[in-house]
Design a protein around this ligand. Structure first.
Ligand code: NAP
Length: 281
């Protein structure tokens, strides 16, 4: 890789899973990576991947006030950020009624407000340079929905909406924005990272019990390969005109196509009522 094409990535959540795979692939391709972690031991492990080009940053993305200074410090060490990958996040599983307001606030803090704070921290530099790419890792659950994941899906729908609208705000400033929406990938998402609300309402047994046990059984056997997702990320950031939204995985594609068809059918079925609400003159 020549100095002209080597980029500086800022990737949140590089301790495991997709973030780790993104960071490893970017480093292997000759880029520099500033990677956020929450533990000092993870910082040491990340730095060891490429001591001259892997810059660990200990940061919880829900510590919004710490983010501007942390990003400024990282840029002083590693140089201007070309690509922000808002990857850090987790799944909150539980029937909505069984989940607390604290569960809801924590989910949106990590999956929506943290990424927004990261975006706000990199935008001044990207605007000044008239270039940059913001990649927000959403989910197929930010387009299709699954019972038992209403807070998670809600947070990823929110990040999708933020990404799409932001892409229109900054396109004229040379900044690209992509929502990267994975299907099921083999990471710690459904294992150690998942927050599961305690079961408390028997009326939800029929919906929640099979879902919860199936997700636990499938953890570690998901079809998506994080290393292949990382190669897709590298292809995405090289594209002269990257998409606003990119799904990753056969499962994501087929579920999204099914949802698009059923949305179209429902819109058509209710079209007359939808059209009936304008003033007549
Ligand atoms: P993972 O292996 O559990 O990795 C999650 C990463 O996010 C970890 O590095 C974790 O750090 C970090 N993180 C979580 N909360 C954080 C916070 N408040 N501040 C800073 N870092 C935080 O799971 P993953 O699958 O790679 O998840 C990465 C992203 O992909 C998430 O946004 C997830 O929602 C999304 N996604 C995953 C899948 C899938 O099937 N795997 C599908 C669709 C979308 P610690 O190590 O400190 O916990």
């Amino acid at each position: 890789m020549t100095a002209a094409t080597a980029r500086t990535f800022l990737i949140t959540g590089v301790s495991s899973g997709l973030g780790r795979a993104f960071a490893e692939a970017a480093l292997q391709a000759g880029h520099q990576v500033i990677g956020t972690v929450r533990k000092d031991t993870d910082a040491e492990a990340f730095s060891a991947l490429a001591p001259d080009r892997a810059y660990p940053l200990v940061l919880d993305v829900t510590c919004f006030d710490a983010i501007p200074q942390a990003v400024a410090d990282a840029e002083r060490k590693a140089g201007p950020i070309d690509v922000l990958v808002n990857n850090a996040g987790y799944g909150q599983e539980g029937a909505l009624e069984e989940s607390s307001m604290d569960d809801a606030q924590r989910q949106f803090a990590a999956n929506v407000f943290g990424p927004i704070a990261m975006i706000k921290a990199v935008l001044p530099g990207m605007r000044a340079r008239r270039k940059g790419h913001i990649v927000n890792v959403t989910s197929m659950g930010g387009f299709i929905t699954m019972p038992g994941l209403s807070l998670y899906c809600g947070s990823k729908f929110a990040l999708e909406g933020v990404s799409e609208a932001l892409s229109k705000e900054v396109a004229g400033l040379g900044i690209k924005v992509t929502a990267l929406a994975p299907g099921q990938f083999r990471t710690d998402w459904a294992g150690r990272s998942m927050d599961r609300a305690a079961r408390s309402i028997a009326d939800y047994d029929d919906v929640m019990n099979p879902l919860r046990s199936a997700r636990i059984a499938k953890s570690g056997r998901q079809p998506g390969d994080p290393a292949k997702a990382a190669q897709a990320l590298l292809t995405l950031v090289e594209a002269p005109t990257p998409p606003t939204r990119l799904f990753l995985g056969e499962d994501a594609l087929s579920l999204v196509e099914r949802k698009l068809e059923s949305m179209k059918d429902e819109i058509t079925e209710w079209e007359d009522l939808s059209r009936s609400t304008s003033f007549t003159s």
